[in-house]
Design a protein around this ligand. Structure first.
Ligand code: HEM
Length: 294
């Protein structure tokens, strides 16, 4: 599409979609493009997590997160993803011929996958966190284009502000409970380390004896919020877009299905085969554009 300017309250914002310009911004070689100053509600949602961090603190947190996205670790997550997809498909079997609300189904699936792979807990254990993050994101969207006057905010708190503070506190308490469970397992001898998943890496960093590498509890909670939210909402929307686009472009759906059957037959997918899925990966790049835009 075209580049255009719009007003966010009193602030002009420029939207660019030309690939060359986008590349230039993402490279950000001269640090010309700082991250957008978050609204008060967005800060409550993600705290000082990676999405909003900059500078040295960003480098420190990013190093930790990079471990999680390492190829070998991602490969090890495949069985957990397959198990969650199988549970969903099993449920769908009884729905043949009926309408399925796929966005809702993928919400459960992505919540389950991120809970298991990053935090080592089931969806049910993380359910409260997701529900509160969702409520907070709705409040954030509702207030996206409202301009606030700082002094008035200090004297009088809008009902949305009070609710968002309550939710942020609730999320923090839930995350701290999960951290405590992980610490207790190690202390009681049920586990020989804090674990290798994202939560384990964060808890390790929280206990690091080197002050330069150590994370505060606040930072730990903020990174958990970021991973829960950034990891779930995005993939949820991506999957829903893929299904919608495949449903409306039957010829591409046939091509994708043929490719999957050619490579896997009736077997479950594995990481080696997944890397051979050329058509499917091309198709999943299209909705990424829509997801990033939202
Ligand atoms: C379709 C899937 C996804 C899309 C389209 C997507 C999109 C994005 C975009 C556009 C940003 C840049 C935000 C900014 O700087 O303003 C970002 C950053 C980030 N995303 Fe995602 N994301 C996806 C999946 C995930 C998943 C699965 C996770 C975690 C499990 C994740 C975690 C993060 C984190 C931690 C950052 C901050 C990175 C940094 O600043 O170093 N994302 N994502």
């Amino acid at each position: 599409g075209r580049n255009y300017l719009y007003w966010n309250g009193i602030r002009p914002e420029l939207v660019i979609s030309e690939p060359e310009l986008v590349k230039e911004v993402l490279k950000n070689s001269e640090n010309t493009f700082p991250k957008k100053k978050p609204s008060i509600f967005f800060s409550k949602l993600l705290g000082n997590g990676l999405v909003l961090l900059e500078g040295e603190k960003w480098v420190k947190h990013r190093k930790l997160a990079n471990h999680v996205f390492h190829g070998e670790r991602l490969k090890n997550m495949t069985p957990a993803v397959i198990a969650s997809v199988e549970t969903m498909l099993e449920k769908w079997k009884g729905q043949e011929g009926k309408e399925i609300e796929v966005f809702q189904e993928f919400r459960l699936l992505t919540s389950e996958v991120i809970s298991r792979t990053a935090f080592g807990i089931s969806y049910l254990e993380g359910e409260k966190i997701f529900a509160m993050l969702k409520e907070l994101s709705i409040i954030m969207s509702r207030n996206n284009f409202k301009t606030s006057i700082p002094l008035i905010n200090k004297l009088w708190k809008h009902v949305d502000m009070l609710k968002s503070e309550e939710l942020a506190k609730g999320i923090q308490d839930c995350v701290m409970k999960i951290v405590k469970q992980r610490e207790d397992k190690f202390v009681n001898g049920e586990a020989d380390s804090f674990g290798n998943d994202f939560l384990g890496l964060l808890v390790n960093a929280y206990h690091d004896s080197d002050e330069n590498n150590r994370l505060s509890m606040e930072d730990l909670v903020d990174e958990c919020k970021t991973f829960y939210f950034a990891g779930q909402e995005t993939v949820n929307s991506l999957l829903a877009w893929i299904v919608l686009l495949l449903a409306t472009h039957g010829d591409w759906q046939d091509k994708a299905r043929r490719e999957v059957i050619d490579i896997f037959g009736n077997r479950n997918p594995d990481s080696e085969g997944i890397s051979k899925l050329k058509t499917v990966s091309k198709l999943s790049n299209i909705p990424i554009y829509f997801v990033s835009q939202s």
